[in-house]
Design a protein around this ligand. Structure first.
Ligand code: NDP
Ligand code: MG
Length: 381
């Protein structure tokens, strides 16, 4: 029996994680958390019977607590609730599937409580990788990637040390706007951006895929996870999303992981690592696919991607400025308050205005996030 806590259980990764739990009697859920979707969280709580659930919004937590009175499940709220769920004494592994920098504190709490992390929440590593990775080492816990590319790299590495890596080949689908010009991008609507060709995901990461900011975040995520400088990570656009990423070793061998796009595979691999369990997914038939293609990315058109590489190079708190500006700008875009290309403009503006602090603490990171949000609110109303 393996006990798991799922932070962000009502989202795309969270619900797919629970699908895996449903099909594996040896997994048990100890805690579930969401932001505000108490309708789904109530159904999940009644099906999986965790010891506790946490809802970030306090009034929603109160309503859910009344609704779950008959079950004996504790209902908590706010950051304290998230942290209690992350440190639940019975959990062995915590799936971090919340979206955004809200994931930093509960991830730290889970590591300090000795839990392995199945990490989907890439924003935590992008902004606080220099804190998370040494902390995980100190507490002897594993950070197991859920992001499909990073799971592919992890599977390809298969325990080989970082010194054996010549480069990492990080694949990108190119998103719905691959091949478009900058002037075409200016007219793209929220609906256009939410139509990802290969993956069905939450709204924020789907927009990040359309801007290619997601790939920039993934370069930084891979740098932390696999201890490689980001200039050894080559991004290759591969529109079929069959090769999920690969590692080039020092002897020239290139080992990659392929499969049809389905997040359940990397989620399940992280949950059972080092065991590989059967999974009833659609199988890859290369003769059906016939052709795999690879292209250079276009950082001039997808400026958010170029800015991510610049933030990675500057380091310190600049990835936090980049990430916080992106989170806020994507929220404004989804509310139809700004246009698609303004997402990158806002990120660039914030990176020009705000300084990069060296070795920022968690407090510095959260303060930088607030300063970035304030700067955007002052300039884009
Ligand atoms: P979704 O938007 O689908 O889900 C986000 C989850 O986080 C929901 O359960 C949401 O709850 C919860 N949440 C939001 N705010 C809070 C909060 N303040 N406190 C507690 N819970 C909160 O996102 P995804 O599942 O798509 O993505 C989750 C993470 O995984 C992201 O970091 C993303 O980059 C990463 N990822 C996702 C992939 C995918 O295929 N979806 C692939 C690779 C990485 P509620 O429903 O109540 O709002
Ligand atoms: Mg990915």
């Amino acid at each position: 029996m393996k006990n798991i806590a799922v932070l962000g259980s009502t989202g795309s990764i969270g619900t797919q994680t629970l699908e895996i739990v449903r099909n594996n009697p040896e997994l048990r859920v100890t805690a579930l958390c969401a932001g505000s979707n108490i309708e789904l969280l109530e159904r999940q709580a009644r099906e999986f019977l965790p010891d506790l659930v946490a809802v970030y919004e306090p009034d929603k937590a109160e309503t859910l607590s009344l609704r779950l009175r008959d079950t004996g499940i504790s209902v908590l709220s706010g950051m304290e609730g998230l942290k209690e769920a992350a440190a639940h004494p019975k959990a062995e592994i915590v799936v971090t599937a919340v979206v955004g920098m809200i994931g930093i504190r509960p991830t730290i709490t889970a590591i300090e409580a000795g839990k392995d992390i199945a990490l989907a929440n890439k924003e935590t590593l992008v902004t606080a990788g220099h804190i998370i990775m040494p902390l995980a080492k100190k507490h002897g816990v594993r950070i197991l990637p859920v992001d499909s590319e990073h799971s592919a790299i992890f599977q390809s590495l298969n325990g080989e040390p970082a010194e054996k890596i010549a480069s990492i080949i990080l694949t990108a689908s190119g998103g719905p706007f691959r091949g478009k010009t900058l002037s075409e991008l200016r007219h793209m609507t929220v609906q256009d951006a939410l139509k990802h060709p290969n993956w069905s995901m939450g709204r924020k990461i789907t927009v990040d895929s359309a801007t290619m900011v997601n790939k920039g975040l993934e370069v930084m995520e891979a740098g932390w996870l696999f201890h490689v400088p980001t200039d050894l990570i080559q991004v290759v656009v591969h529109p079929q999303s069959i090769l999920h990423s690969a590692v080039e070793f020092t002897d020239g061998a290139v080992i990659g992981q392929m499969g049809l796009p389905d997040m359940k595979l990397p989620i399940q691999y992280a949950l059972f690592y080092p065991d590989r369990k059967p999974l009833p997914v659609k199988r890859l038939r290369l003769t059906d696919i016939k052709c795999l293609t690879f292209e250079e990315p276009d950082p001039k058109t997808f400026r958010g991607f170029a800015l991510a590489l610049s933030a990675a190079k500057q380091g310190g708190s600049m990835p936090t400025v980049f990430n916080a500006a992106n989170e806020k700008a994507v929220a404004l875009f989804l509310q139809e308050k700004i246009g698609f290309t303004q997402i990158a403009e806002i990120i660039g503006f914030c990176m020009d205005k705000l300084p990069a602090l060296r070795e920022p603490s968690v407090e510095d990171i959260l303060q930088t996030e607030q300063e970035t949000i304030r700067l955007i609110e002052e300039n884009w109303r």
